[in-house]
Design a binder for this molecule. Structure first.
Ligand SMILES: Cc1cc2nc3c(=O)[nH]c(=O)nc-3n(C[C@H](O)[C@H](O)[C@H](O)COP(=O)(O)OP(=O)(O)OC[C@H]3O[C@@H](n4cnc5c(N)ncnc54)[C@H](O)[C@@H]3O)c2cc1C
Length: 368
């Protein structure tokens, strides 16, 4: 998704773009996650600024691609489970409003008008109308096609040749060299390996997540609905398993249930305890789900950087190398802003956001 967005905005800025992927389109984490475009889970700061920029750009692309990428501006509802968590959620929402987020407290009947099938007796929630959704694999494919970029799938990057002065000259692949004065590392969870090929350190790590998929249903869950403790899980630095219920209906019918987070390397083993915890959390929010069958589960590896911010922009250590990776659980949502900022950097324009918090050289090997 990130590579596709970089290709689109770079091509629209007038650049000649080649996209290289060792797999198919969306064969990485993009095909193993969900497609929520969220502002609701982000505290004021650089990631929220990027999410707001990205949301505006997704809105523009939606006019172009809307139904092709299943764009849906359905809004998010973050639900508190106790009066204490409602107070904390409302404080968080007030901070977000100060940063430009639309966040509307809802309680009582209004909450059940938004989501009629929620568990009874919940103390309240916050409604985020700016939260929206795309179908990630379709979005990546359509953005790539619209970019007009040369697309080389099934090709592995094996090296990043450099000039005597250290600047990149393109990429070496298992099927020959591709010459270019600029290389963008959009290798997601494998961004650390790609950076290392160019002689740069970038500690991207995998953070595993499962998604549980139900049988198709009429639209019973109207928004992206999740429990307030999800925000703390997202921000956590723990390697241990965290689960908090995240539930959404889809246009196609199945309900998608997340979200788990754990750092277990690239272990693809199915985990019954994780999936059981997801199901239990979801049925607490939506009791009707206990009568619904789960059809399957899938997993992906979020590209995690230790401070939970992506690496975006030129690498001062390697002239011509740019990074656009490490977006963790938000890479679909943040793709448009990332692609736009990378295109601005490539064409020497002043970026719309200050790139300092996203600097790729902010980590040292000693600290890792
Ligand atoms: C369970 C789960 C739920 C999620 N839900 C959401 C959500 O609701 N909203 C959201 O915004 N995000 C979500 N995410 C996160 C999102 O999926 C990722 O942030 C995003 O897909 C990252 O995109 P990417 O393009 O950086 O990485 P990828 O999609 O992994 O793409 C990287 C590409 O690089 C290629 N590659 C790697 N090394 C090489 C090499 N040496 N040579 C050639 N090609 C190479 C890979 O083949 C891959 O295709 C979720 C993730 C998970 C796991």
């Amino acid at each position: 998704m990130i590579g596709a967005a970089c290709a689109l905005y770079a091509a629209r800025a007038g650049l000649d773009v080649t996209v290289v992927d060792r797999g198919p389109v969306a064969g990485g984490t993009t095909g193993g996650g969900e497609g929520n475009l969220l502002v609701s889970d982000k505290a004021p700061g650089p990631e929220l600024d990027l999410a707001l920029l990205s949301g505006r750009l997704w809105g523009e692309l939606a006019e172009e691609f809307g139904t092709f990428v299943e764009y849906e501006a359905k809004g998010g509802v973050v639900v508190a489970s106790s009066p204490g968590s409602l107070a904390a959620l409302e404080r968080f929402a007030a901070e977000q409003r100060g940063a430009g987020v639309v966040a509307e407290p809802v309680g009582g009947d209004a909450l059940y008008e938004l989501e009629p099938h929620l568990a009874p007796g919940l103390p309240g929630a916050v409604h985020y109308p700016q939260d929206s959704q795309v179908m990630p694999a379709l979005a990546a494919a359509h953005l790539l096609r619209a970019s007009g970029a040369r697309l080389l799938t099934g090709r592995t990057v094996t090296g990043v040749p450099r000039t005597a002065a250290g600047a990149v000259r393109g990429v070496r692949t298992d099927q020959g060299d591709i010459h270019a004065p600029a290389v963008i590392n959009a290798a997601g969870t494998w961004g650390s390996d790609l950076a290392a090929l160019a002689g740069a350190f970038l500690p991207v790590l995998p953070r595993r997540g499962f998604v549980l998929v139900t049988e198709p249903l009429p639209r019973m869950v109207r928004h992206k609905v999740y429990a307030a403790d999800y925000v703390a899980d997202v921000a956590s630095d723990s390697a241990a398993l965290q689960t908090s219920p995240v539930v959404e209906g889809t246009a196609a019918g199945p309900v998608l249930i997340g979200a788990s987070r754990e750092r277990v390397g690239f272990d693809r083993t199915f985990s019954l305890p994780v999936v059981r915890a997801l199901a239990a959390g979801a049925t607490r929010l939506f009791p009707f789900l206990s009568d619904i069958r789960a059809l399957r589960a899938y997993l992906g590896f979020r590209p995690y950087l230790p401070d939970h911010l992506p690496a975006i922009g030129p690498d001062p250590r390697v002239p011509g190398l740019y990074h656009a990776c490490g977006h963790e659980g938000a890479g679909i949502g943040l793709a448009t802003g990332t692609g736009h900022l990378i295109a601005q950097a490539l064409t020497a324009k002043t970026p719309d956001l200050n790139l300092t918090p996203f600097r790729p050289d902010r980590f040292t090997e000693e600290a890792a």
